[in-house]
Unconditional design. Structure first.
Length: 442
């Protein structure tokens, strides 16, 4: 197995920084790369950098800080851990200031220990500072101390910034429209995830445990070149599928029930996000087919609305109507459909939104509304369409054959001038396709 070749060159990160700098005016952007998180006692989780920081630098090292300025040199400055042979023997190699310049294109680089000294110099005369307010306490404190220093030194000619801006908006707006490198990473994440879902379809048998399917999915992610799962894989059989973010994945898979899988790979920190629902025994029951068909029709109708000028609210309303009409046909929703939509009585069986942005975070950056109005979709936006129906095992209003049935169908969609492109089209989702794959593997 040959892993995917890396997509992202140093030039891509430079282009992203140039786009951001053009929108900063006389401002500066200050981002933190993140820190190690304790897993237990003196062990840590594997490090994942802050998405905004990595999007603009490509650097994956704890503790790093970047400063980007539009109006003065040096424009791109990195603060990183100093090289330390003893520390590197125990915990891995460090890039060091020299490597930050040679490998990541920084115009200047300093050891992290010099941040307090250098940051006031870099913010002197800057009109405003873009920082992820409240995201990292230590970074907020460093920026505030630098500004306080400049205020005290104003009588000697140093000039503090006038305003603080939330960098999550600044960078998030650039992340909304995917550049070619972002799309290449997303497509690879989807391709790897497709193989993983197909493997799960082929392997699924009654008597297995949810964690075995989880292990298979994440094995396929890693062996095909993904850095990690993009989020905690949801592998819920039977009534567990009615828990939206079920991640225990420790129950036995029983014949006659359904398995809901919501799992995606992460490549270059870009996430796939795919949900499919499978019959554990290989065939859907008539009652399961009735519910599945409703969700699939909602998914198809929602995808059709992912067009330039459309919006996520309209997609949600479209899916809701299909779901409500289906619930009524099953006898699970009484009265007029418009009344049910207005009073939200459907929330007994469908309680989440239909779509979210997708990119360098699985729930990606970027505003959903602008001026209290749903944001129009533009070419290059990527979103999910993921309607579902969830009928708990203890729901006495539902017929017995429908209880303990959770179904979600989720696709990743790129908005294009010519219409929606379903990135996840190769992951089967019709009942006949799924049954055929499972039958062929037996």
């Amino acid at each position: 197995m040959v892993p995917f070749e890396p997509n992202v060159s140093r030039d891509v990160y430079a282009q992203r920084r140039a786009r951001l700098a053009a929108n900063l005016g006389d401002g500066a952007l200050v981002l933190y790369g993140g820190e190690l998180r304790t897993r237990s006692n003196d062990t840590e989780f594997r490090f994942r950098p802050d998405s905004d920081f990595h999007y603009l630098t490509g650097l994956r090292e704890p503790g790093a800080v970047m400063v980007l300025r539009a109006g003065a040199a040096p424009k791109f400055v990195l603060f990183v851990r100093a090289r330390d042979r003893d520390a590197e023997i125990w915990a891995g190699r460090r890039v060091g200031p020299e490597g930050a310049m040679a490998r990541y294109g920084a115009d200047a680089a300093h050891p992290l220990g010099e941040l307090a000294e250098q940051l006031p110099k870099l913010l002197d005369g800057v009109a405003n500072v873009h920082v992820p307010l409240g995201r990292w306490r230590a970074l907020d404190q460093h920026v505030q101390r630098a500004i306080d220093h400049l205020r005290r030194r104003n009588r000697w000619g140093e000039t503090p910034p006038d305003a603080l801006c939330d960098a999550r908006t600044t960078v998030g707006e650039d992340r909304m429209t995917k550049d070619p490198a972002a799309m290449a990473s997303l497509r690879q994440a989807v391709e790897i995830s497709t193989h993983a879902h197909l493997a799960a379809m082929g392997a699924l048998r009654p008597g297995m445990f949810e964690y075995q399917i989880e292990a298979l999915l994440e094995y396929e992610f890693r062996r095909r070149g993904a850095q990690a799962a993009a989020y905690g894989s949801i592998v819920g059989g039977g009534d567990n599928a009615t828990i939206l973010h079920y991640v225990e994945n420790d129950d036995e898979l029983r014949d006659g029930e359904l398995l809901l899988i919501d799992a995606g790979a992460e490549v270059d920190l870009f996430a796939a996000d795919i949900s499919r629902t499978l019959p554990i025994g290989g065939r859907f029951s008539p009652a399961q087919r009735d519910v599945y068909d409703i969700v699939l029709r909602a998914n198809t109708a929602g995808i059709a609305g992912a067009v330039v000028g459309g919006d996520i609210d309209s997609i949600h309303r479209t899916c809701l109507r299909v779901l409500c009409e289906g619930l009524a046909s099953l006898g699970l929703l009484a009265g007029d459909i418009d009344e049910a939509l207005e009073k939200e009585t459907y929330k007994r069986y469908y309680m989440h939104r239909t779509s979210h942005w997708l990119g360098a975070d699985v729930h990606d950056a970027g505003h959903y509304t602008l001026g209290r109005t749903p944001r129009p979709l533009q070419p290059g936006f990527v979103l999910t369409v993921e309607p579902g129906l969830y009928i708990p095992a203890d729901d006495e209003l539902a017929p017995p054959e429908l209880r303990g049935c959770g179904i979600r169908i989720e696709d990743d969609v790129l908005v294009c001038e010519q219409g929606p492109e379903v990135l996840t089209w190769r992951v089967p989702k019709t009942m006949d396709e799924i049954e055929a794959i499972m039958a062929a593997a037996r």
